[in-house]
Write a protein that binds this ligand. Structure first.
Ligand code: F6P
Length: 361
């Protein structure tokens, strides 16, 4: 058996744990061969992008961030951006080319490690007859078919530590500190980091905010003798009377890029009379560096389970975790729904109980 593995979409702490676990299980337990496809599925569109993955090749990668296979956001073969002779770029279906290459390489099955976009691509290839298994990854933790994705825990810990550091500087200078974290459609990182890091205000994509409510919280703290405040804002959070803040320059084939939510809020707060306000944008620091224990464990368990599915011939599945149990779901179920923060759920209620404002009243 020859199994291919690729990592798609944004990098994510824990990807190397998945690769390592899949290689060890496939080679040591089953005697199979594992082929790494480099640079996401672009590696199947170009020659010389394959790497033979032996246990020796994956030695030492468990604590490493990123992915040894490389990744890309531009690799959707079903609508690949192809430059035309006149310079225009047209989204083109290159999946037949990918299927030919997979046949040429002699792959019996493919593991697709990635977020919702990559899982949708996996499902597309399944419909064309390829034996596929999906492994979910995203620091955003917004896939509905699994309780957790690896990368999330690391990102939350980094954001929490940033808040701890902003806390002491905010307190020393009697300042309002605004921390922008990732999370386009779902505010899980903001919510978890904000609660764990003692934020006073958390602004989420799921709860449109009102500037007056944010100002009210800051003023109430000042009245009670606390002259600083910590605000966490998800990049996809928007005011009730406005839109999300988008970055300039996203290209065809790429997801929309968000940016500017914290800066916009800081400007609004200043215009409303808050003078000493600062923005910090955490950005890709949340995705870089060594994974936490939780993410290494989850990545390892996902990799082992994925190879188990291949061994049982159970294709078209995506591995997941429910509670503490690793399992799997049909890929079609996996790509159906985003998991978003429930504004009326337990977590938000607990946050409100400890005095956190969501800028909504
Ligand atoms: O989906 C993961 C994620 O990190 C989002 O939280 C963020 O909006 C996006 O990727 C950033 O993408 P890029 O690395 O392409 O700028």
């Amino acid at each position: 058996m020859r199994v291919g593995i690729s990592t798609g979409g944004g990098d994510c702490p824990g990807l190397n744990a998945v690769i390592r676990a899949a290689v060890h299980t496939a080679v040591s337990s089953h005697g199979w061969e594992v082929v790494g496809i480099e640079d996401g599925l672009q590696g199947l569109l170009q020659p010389r992008k394959l790497v033979s993955l032996s246990p020796a090749r994956v030695r030492g990668i468990l604590p490493l961030g990123g992915t040894i296979l490389g990744s890309t956001n531009r690799g959707n073969p079903f609508s690949y951006p192809v430059e035309q002779p006149d310079g225009s770029v047209v989204a083109t279906d290159l999946s037949p080319r990918v299927m030919d290459r997979i046949r040429d390489i002699g792959l019996d099955a493919m593991l697709f490690v990635g977020g919702d976009g990559t899982q949708a691509i996996a499902q597309g290839f399944r419909e064309r007859g390829l034996d596929v298994v999906g492994i979910p990854k995203t620091i955003d933790n917004d896939l509905d078919a699994t309780d957790y994705t690896f990368g999330f825990d690391t990102a939350v810990n980094i954001a929490m530590e940033a808040l701890d550091r902003l806390h002491t500087t905010a307190e020393s200078h009697d300042r309002v500190m605004v921390l922008e974290v990732m999370g386009r459609d779902a505010g899980w990182i903001a919510l978890h980091a904000g609660m764990a890091g003692g934020a006073d205000v958390i602004l989420l994509p799921e709860i449109p905010y009102h500037l007056d409510a944010v100002l009210g919280k800051i003023a109430a703290r000042r009245r009670s003798g606390t002259n600083f405040s910590l605000v966490v804002i998800a990049e996809g959070a928007a005011p009730a009377d406005g839109d999300v803040a988008l970055a300039e320059g996203a290209r065809i084939g790429q997801a929309r890029r968000y940016g500017g939510a914290a800066e916009r809020l800081v400007e609004q707060l200043r215009e409303a009379g808050e003078e000493d306000v600062r923005a910090t944008v955490l950005g890709h620091i949340q995705r870089g560096g060594t994974p936490t224990h939780f993410d290494r464990m989850l990545g390892t368990r996902f990799g082992v389970h994925a190879i188990g599915l291949v061994a049982e011939g159970r294709f078209g599945r995506m591995v997941n975790i429910r509670g503490t149990t690793i399992g799997d779901v049909d890929l079609r179920e996996a790509i159906g729904e985003l998991k978003r923060v429930d504004p009326d759920g337990q977590l938000v209620a607990a946050a409100r109980s400890v005095g956190i404002s969501f800028g909504d009243g």
